[in-house]
Design a binder for this molecule. Structure first.
Ligand SMILES: Nc1ncnc2c1ncn2[C@@H]1O[C@H](COP(=O)(O)OP(=O)(O)OP(=O)(O)O)[C@@H](O)[C@H]1O
Ligand SMILES: [Mg+2]
Length: 245
């Protein structure tokens, strides 16, 4: 249903109200197969709420969510992750006291059985550059490694759509460069479509094919990076006049 498009995710009029506050307001956007789409905007713009809505962690007040051509409005987080959309959390989510290996294993549990799990852990660790840390306790690792562990758990589920909420927070410039390369490899080698929420504008502009800008829960602009960086509304609301292109 909904026509033959390459759209994996489509929201129509998606709205989430918390009492008198409208966190996401009448939002309609598409995520196209194979793209890296950036979702950016000021603090409180509604980005994480969009993640909660599309991953089934919260139910919309109004509007519709379509995933892989099916109406998933109101579907549970479990249903949506089984369908192939997996998300990370802004503040990271992994088991501090467990090894990196056992953390990544968590991501395989729903989809795989037996030796296939070990293989998937090894491949996921290789993709993220975590192979040498597999036997270390996750919580004892440097911040950059901990961010990667959260991503690895999500990636180990081999989602068709991977949603990353501020994965670059706290990383230095070298680490950011490395992780952006990893995002491209994930897309190119696993065919994963990526939705990226991130405040590091330079990184977003470098890695994303297309960007949606949120402001006060509403879509302010949508387009390729060059169009977004020169959009007067986006500059006024978010980027500022001296942003680094
Ligand atoms: N569970 C909730 N109950 C009440 N208000 C909420 C809830 N979750 C989010 N909000 C409010 O909704 C608005 C959007 O929040 P959200 O976390 O989605 O923004 P964000 O774009 O992710 O911001 P940031 O860049 O700081 O992470 C904010 O005003 C926030 O305070
Ligand atoms: Mg957020």
């Amino acid at each position: 249903m909904g026509g033959a498009t390459s759209s994996l995710l489509r929201t129509s009029g998606l709205t989430k109200r918390f009492g008198g506050l409208t966190a996401v307001s009448d939002l309609s956007f598409d995520l196209r197969s194979g793209e890296i789409l950036g979702l950016i905007g000021p603090n409180g713009a509604g980005k994480s709420t969009v993640f909660n809505l599309i991953s089934g962690f919260t139910k919309p007040t109004a509007g519709r969510l379509e995933l892989f051509g099916r109406d998933c409005t109101g579907s549970s987080a479990l249903t949506i992750s089984r369908m192939g959309l997996v998300r990370t959390f802004q503040h990271g989510s992994y088991m501090k006291a467990m090894t990196v290996r056992d953390n990544i294993l968590i991501g395989t549990l729903q989809r795989l059985r037996g030796p296939a799990r070990r293989k998937c852990v090894a491949e996921t660790a290789e993709m993220l550059g975590l192979t040498s840390c597999l036997d270390r306790i996750a919580g004892s690792q440097p911040h950059g490694i901990q961010r990667l562990v959260s991503i690895a758990i999500a990636l180990a589920a081999r989602p068709r759509v991977l949603c990353l909420d501020e994965p670059l927070t706290g990383l230095n410039q070298t680490e950011v460069g490395g992780v952006l390369g990893v995002f491209q490899r994930i897309r190119n080698e696993f065919g994963t479509t990526i939705l990226l929420v991130e405040h590091n504008t330079k990184a977003v502009m470098a890695v994303c094919d297309r960007i949606v800008v949120l402001h006060h829960g509403q879509q302010l602009a949508e387009g390729p990076p060059l169009e977004i960086t020169s959009n007067a509304d986006v500059i006024a609301a978010y980027l500022g006049p001296r942003h680094d292109r």
